[in-house]
Design a protein around this ligand. Structure first.
Ligand code: CP
Length: 301
């Protein structure tokens, strides 16, 4: 069975296969088709989401499938004390694939152990967000034609951002040069850094302007208030970096591509959106074709 739990479970060939199928889905995105008719997707979201849940649902509907959804732990029998294993053992009888977001690290792996249908991890705590990484890679290849040899800066909350933990592992596998840019309090976890340093050239800095002229891609992340165990820790770092239009015009290459998994709060000023380098809303659209590709590969082979 084809669960999608961590980007580390994907070989480079597996990722290439998803990206190739996503390219085929560009046309289907416009026309729709019925290749998943009769199949049911269940989105099981125990933590907030706009893009991941709705793009999976849009993807399923565009391929002719149906969607059932449960959003928020208060709406589920979890509020009555049901555990995740029992929820999954129930929901598996209602659908052909489960997309799960959960605040606890390891929740998707646990769900997969109890599920008779494929489980797709839509984000588990600060751990992994593998489908975000697939759409990030797809966007980079679409914009730049390749990943190997690119200089990719990852800016912001590298400590708690699951999008970053997934992405840098894949970038390292694909031979990108990685720039880790963060306040000292939000450095990437040691185990992730050690892992990627064995595979890729890695530079760490606190000052984005120092490396901006060198970058092909700048991947910006939000400081995620909800991930901080201690509110005082959040207060110390909030607003500690911001991408401004002046900064991009002064330091960045014209061909720079700025990405962001979104939601954005205050780390990219709104007038950056008008610059040709800003691609984060194209990235959102790419999320649909990549998730169409994944659902097709999982449910149709
Ligand atoms: N990028 C992302 O995961 O967005 P949502 O939290 O809105 O799903």
């Amino acid at each position: 069975m084809f669960h999608v739990i961590s980007i580390r479970d994907f070989s480079r060939d597996d990722i290439e296969r998803v990206l190739e199928r996503a390219r085929e889905m560009e046309e289907v995105y416009e026309t729709g088709d019925d290749r998943l008719e009769g199949k049911i997707l269940c989105t099981l979201f125990f933590a907030p989401s706009t893009r991941t849940r709705l793009s999976f649902e849009s993807a399923m509907l565009r391929l002719g499938g149906d969607v059932i959804s449960m959003v928020g732990k208060e709406a589920a029998s979890t509020a009555k004390g049901e555990n995740l294993a029992d929820t999954v053992r129930t929901v598996q009888h209602y659908c052909d694939v489960i997309v799960l977001r959960h605040p606890k690290e390891g929740a998707a792996r646990l769900a997969a152990e109890y599920s008779s249908v494929p489980v797709i991890n839509a984000g588990d705590g600060a751990n992994q967000h593998p489908t975000q990484t697939l759409l990030d890679l797809y966007t980079i290849v679409k914009e730049k034609g390749r990943i190997e040899g690119l200089r990719v800066g990852v800016l912001g909350d590298l400590k708690y951002a699951r999008t970053v933990h997934s992405l840098v592992q894949a970038l390292a596998e694909f031979g990108a040069r990685i720039y880790l840019i963060s306040p000292p309090e939000l450095r990437i976890p040691e185990h992730v850094r050690v892992d990627i340093e064995g595979k890729a050239e890695v530079t760490e800095t606190e000052d984005v302007t120092e490396v901006l002229p060198e970058l092909d891609v700048l991947y910006v992340t939000r400081i995620q208030r909800e991930m901080f165990p201690d509110p005082e820790e959040f207060e110390k770092v909030k607003g500690s970096y911001k991408i401004t239009r002046r900064m991009i015009e002064e330091y960045a290459d014209d061909d720079l591509v700025i990405l962001h998994p979104l939601p954005r709060v205050d780390e990219i000023e709104p007038d950056v959106d008008e610059l040709p380098q800003a691609r984060y809303f194209d990235q959102v659209r790419n999320g649909v074709v990549v998730r169409m590709a994944l659902l097709d590969l999982i449910l149709n082979g």
